[in-house]
Every structure is written in structure tokens, then in C-alpha cells.
Design a protein around this ligand. Structure first.
Ligand code: HEC
Length: 119
């Protein structure tokens, strides 16, 4: 009798463990795998390396949109113009006078915007 009770207890414990486990929420893939893109760790270098500052700088032909600072580029990330011109290449495509950004650069830029254009 003791043995039977023992077996019942153990199998109850096993199934309740399994049950509890399946109740745990799966971590979202996003939270685990997606790196945080920031101005400091990505966007600043992207701007430096893709001709933007030939024009978007004090004294340049696009000085009214100075992208030498976080606030400068954040403004157009928030307005949607960065996506419009540099990712979707609508209107005058950016970088003006150069081929569009590489797809992986566009994807990372889009991720930065989606994550809130963090500094
Ligand atoms: C050869 C000069 C030049 C280069 C290089 C250039 N831009 Fe521009 N950009 C301009 C000019 C001029 C304007 C303003 C006229 C217009 O809106 O088309 C502009 C406008 C923009 C706008 C729209 C701003 C607004 O608020 O309307 C965005 C966003 C932009 N550029 C992003 C970029 C990014 C990002 C890069 C680099 C990847 C870049 N540009 C490279 C000249 C340039």
C-alpha cells in the first residue's frame, strides 16, 4: 500500500512539475536575440561613413539639418523623414548623389527607429 501511495505521489509530483513548466511564458525571441541599437554604438558611425556629413553639417548645403549630433538625427528619426529618404528612398534619396544605403544598414537603421532612436 505504501509503495502504491509513493508511486502515486511521485507521479503526481512529476506531472505537476511538467505542468508548471509549460505554464512559464516562453521568452520572446526579440528580448533574447535583438541587440540594442543606439546612436552611440551604431548610428553615429553610420552617418560618418555614408557621406551624410558632406552636406548635413554647419556650412554644408543641408546645414538646416545638421546631423553631427544625436539631437539632429533624432529629429528626423522621429518625424519619419529619415525612414522616408534614407530607407524607403522616396523623393530625393539619401545619401543625395550616392547609391542608396546597403540593405543591412537600412535594416539596422530601421531597428534603431523601432527601438525608439535611443542615444
Ligand atoms: C550631397 C549632399 C547630401 C548628402 C551626402 C546627404 N544629404 Fe540628406 N539632404 C541634402 C539636402 C540638400 C537636403 C534638403 C533638400 C531635401 O529635402 O531634399 C537633404 C535632406 C535630407 C533629409 C530630409 C530632412 C527633412 O527634414 O526634410 C533627410 C532625412 C536626410 N537628408 C538624410 C540624409 C542622410 C541620413 C544622409 C547620409 C546617409 C544624407 N542625408 C546625405 C543633402 C545631402
Amino acid at each position: 500500500m505504501k509503495t502504491i501511495l509513493g508511486i502515486i505521489t511521485i507521479s503526481f509530483l512529476i506531472t505537476s512539475c511538467a505542468y508548471n513548466k509549460s505554464e512559464l511564458p516562453e521568452p520572446l525571441e526579440e528580448e533574447v536575440n535583438v541587440p540594442k541599437i543606439t546612436y552611440t554604438n551604431y548610428v553615429k558611425t553610420m552617418i560618418d561613413n555614408n557621406h551624410c556629413l558632406e552636406c548635413h553639417i554647419s556650412g554644408g548645403i543641408a546645414a538646416f539639418r545638421d546631423y553631427t549630433t544625436y539631437n539632429g538625427i533624432k529629429t528626423v528619426a522621429a518625424s519619419g523623414e529619415l525612414k522616408n529618404r534614407a530607407i524607403d528612398n522616396n523623393g530625393v534619396s539619401m545619401p543625395m548623389g550616392y547609391p542608396p544605403l546597403d540593405q543591412n544598414v537600412k535594416d539596422t537603421l530601421q531597428m534603431w527607429i523601432n527601438q525608439g532612436a535611443l542615444e
